[in-house]
Design a protein around this ligand. Structure first.
Ligand SMILES: [Zn+2]
Length: 353
């Protein structure tokens, strides 16, 4: 079954982590073991282009990801907005380069999305990974007006914040509201028809965005606080807001967002894929239908299979989800909605003609 994954940091892995995503997942692991790489997330990667193909993850959202840090000379992220801009542009150009060599296919319009799905259904083996461009956080948007340039470069979804506060507002693990520059940026996002990703907003920033933004919203990699009770996950009220706005939430595979009390570098996976199914079911119960949940795996987003469900090894294992959903009583049509249909409908409405 075709899978749409609404959150993959492919360029972050290829450019910042210098991984050759044309290799198999196993080859990349072996390579990192041979080189003696021991940092968190190394040797435990789960995503590469051959693995996407194996898992029939034929279409999704690929991120531009650059975060500005407060401190200088930190190991992760950038020191200035200009460096964020440069890193995000490098991610954009990685995707362009992968298009030239036939591994990826950019999707900017409704027509391109429709054509891509048709190509995939006709010939999955020889159809490149179709991607819609998003930005994980707006640190690389130099000034609000700069969003126009990103849009012209194919950007179709954006989140304002990541971890902590940035120039536009408060993100995960802080309770800071929107900054003054967020207001003109939100207006332009709405005007251009870019989808706003609510994932990674602080609770207070979420409420402020809800009051001020009337465009389309999604939550690309977003689980429920009901099962994993800290701020990174959405409360039922926040989930209901996304549903009311006809948005979709993507289920993330990061154990930090699934397993209560996870401590990075200490905890071991105890939850299984059943926990992802619990999250899916919870959103369907809140919605009263199966139209607002999809996959947004966030795989290899700075961690590996040592921080995913215990019965998970590579992105191809997402194909275990349909059977688990069927076991729960989900009809084949509803399973399809969750695995790809809801995101295809959402972006089919959001993308320009
Ligand atoms: Zn994220």
């Amino acid at each position: 079954m075709l899978i749409f994954d609404a959150h993959l940091d492919l360029a972050f892995n290829a450019v910042d982590w210098n991984r050759d995503l044309r290799m198999s997942v196993l080859e990349i692991r072996t390579h990192e073991i041979t080189l003696g790489m021991n940092d968190a997330g190394r040797r435990t990667n789960t995503v590469s282009f051959p693995e996407l193909k194996k898992g029939k993850v034929g279409v999704g959202v690929a991120t531009l990801f650059a975060r500005q840090e407060g401190a200088i000379n930190h190991p992760f992220g950038c020191t200035t907005p200009e460096a964020c801009f440069a890193v995000a542009m490098s991610h954009l150009h990685y995707y362009r380069a992968m298009e030239r060599s036939g591994w990826m296919k950019r999707i900017c319009t409704r027509g391109e999305l429709k054509q891509h799905v048709s190509d995939f259904n006709t010939n999955p083996e020889h159809t490149p990974f179709g991607y819609i461009t998003s930005m994980e956080c707006a640190d690389a948007v130099l000034t609000p007006d700069n969003i126009r340039e990103w849009y012209q470069n194919g950007l179709r979804a954006i989140g304002l914040t990541h971890y902590g506060p940035n120039r536009y507002g408060g993100g995960t693990r802080c309770e800071v509201g929107l900054a003054a520059d967020a207001l003109p940026l939100l207006r332009l996002i709405e005007e251009l028809g870019i989808a706003l990703d609510l994932t990674h907003l602080s609770d207070v920033a979420f409420t402020q965005v809800a009051d001020r933004f009337n465009g389309r919203v999604l939550a690309s990699h977003q689980n429920a606080r009901k099962f994993c009770d800290w701020q990174r996950q959405f409360t039922d009220e926040q989930i209901k807001f996304v549903i009311q706005r006809n948005g979709v939430l993507g289920m993330a595979l990061d154990a930090v967002m699934l397993q209560p009390g996870w401590v990075r570098g200490v905890s071991k996976p105890e939850v299984t894929l059943e926990c992802v199914v619990e999250n899916i079911d919870h959103i369907c119960q809140l919605a009263g239908n199966c139209r607002h949940v999809g996959i947004g795996s966030d795989l290899d987003g700075g961690y590996g299979f040592d921080q995913t469900p215990a019965d998970f090894n590579t992105i191809a294992d997402l194909q275990q989800l349909p059977a688990l959903l069927e076991k729960r009583g989900y009809s084949p049509a509803d399973v399809q909605s969750v695995m790809h249909g809801n995101w295809l409908r959402f972006f089919g409405e959001v993308l320009p003609n």
